[in-house]
Design a protein around this ligand. Structure first.
Ligand SMILES: [Cu+2]
Length: 220
């Protein structure tokens, strides 16, 4: 029995050790062609061998007639809530191919979250307030983050083969990416994003949405 108790006591320590061994640090610096660090770039590593990841939830609030946060990176299969913290009504929409939807004009909390089930770039707008814009990058991986002011992103991933990509608004497409092998000791990379590239083309954020007269910010 004593051996059994000892074995039971060891299991959490062994699992923890396995976890520590399993994670490799990947550091990625995103920069412009001239070398300047690029803040608020999404960096993501997509496993070549697909991994299972459980469904997630996220929140994009509406505060003082802005989306908060303005930039989100979520994995495909995430349900996003769009609460309205303002005392004016909003109507959130997207015409992006990766997720097209409209939430009817509402106060408070809409009835149901919106499921983002496909990878891709999604631009959000509000039918009532033209200046409201938010970006959602939907990725097919749980390994993603956003660069800080120094343009550096740090990720912890199991060692293995990945496609490394970076993205920044207003890129309309994802990069083809670079195949990298992450060893247990970790990896350090630099990724250049070039605003001259075609996928950086500005997008029409409000593509042909009819105005809604009389609704411009009037308290509801
Ligand atoms: Cu609005």
């Amino acid at each position: 029995m004593r051996y059994l108790r000892t074995a039971r006591a060891l299991i959490p320590a062994l699992l923890l050790a396995a976890h520590l061994v399993a994670a490799a640090d990947v550091q990625v610096q995103v920069h412009l062609p001239a070398g300047a660090a690029l803040k608020d770039a999404v960096v993501y590593l997509t496993p070549v061998q697909p991994v299972h990841y459980p469904p997630q939830k996220a929140v994009i609030d509406q505060v003082k007639r802005r989306f908060v946060p303005r930039l989100s990176v979520i994995q495909a299969g995430t349900s996003v809530d769009f609460p309205n913290s303002d005392n004016v009504r909003h109507s959130v929409y997207s015409f992006s191919p990766a997720k097209s939807f409209t939430l009817k004009i509402y106060s408070g909390r809409p009835a149901a979250p919106v499921l983002f089930d496909k990878p891709g770039v999604v631009v959000l707008g509000c039918n009532i307030h033209d200046s409201m814009v938010a970006w959602v990058l939907v990725v097919a991986t749980p390994y993603h983050t956003i660069t800080a002011g120094d343009g550096v992103a740090r990720l912890e991933v199991p060692p293995g083969d990945y496609v490394l990509r970076a993205w920044h608004e207003p890129m309309t497409l994802e990069q083809p990416g670079e195949l990298i092998k992450v060893a247990a000791v970790g990896e350090s990379r630099r990724v250049e994003l070039n605003p001259q590239d075609p996928q950086w083309a500005p997008v029409p954020v409000m593509p042909g949405m009819p105005d809604m007269p009389g609704m411009s910010g009037a308290p509801q």
